[in-house]
Design a protein around this ligand. Sequence first.
Ligand SMILES: [Zn+2]
Length: 215
Amino acid sequence: MGTYFNVHSHRPPVSEAITIENLYRDFEQMKAGRHYSIGLHPWHLQDHKAQMDLLAVHAETDAVKAIGECGLDKLAAAPMPLQEEVLVAHIQLANKLGKPMVIHCVQAHNEIVHLFKQNKPKVPVVFHGYNKRHTVAELLIDQGFYLSFGAAILNRDSPAAQVLSVIPAHKILLETDDAEVDIADIYSAAAALRNTDVESFILQVSNNFNTVFHI
Ligand SMILES: [Zn+2]
């Protein structure tokens, strides 16, 4: 049995899976021996200058495997220019540290692709919680980005399930996010959607994970 990789979780790891836990503040809560992504979520940009300073300090530690989740969200209260300014700061930090990015994007995919063209990430970029239609997926994959899928794929009629079944295998990552699901169930659902056996699918995702993250 291979190893499961959980790219994005808001819960402490419950299984043997290699899990990247996300913190959007209180970065000092990181615990030894665990893996984290840390970044300013567009919903939580209060006192962003001070938080960004703290982020820069904590992001250097070995426990931090990725910068994020950060990104653009049209439903968030923070004005778009501020969200963009904060995202650019995250790109610069990720580039400086050579750590991949975990992206949160809601109703702003064209904007974020445009922003990434002007502020080039030199590190792998993962769009987490992907659940948009295939044309958006193609736009992101064309830019070299990875897509991470979570509980949405448990519903076979979701856009996520449909996209997962057709995109190139080397762009797929999996996660639990804030859902109370076992990452193993996400793997089985994903393997079924792709008509592949779980063992070879585990191996594929593990290769993808190791290409993006260094753990
Ligand atoms: Zn999340």
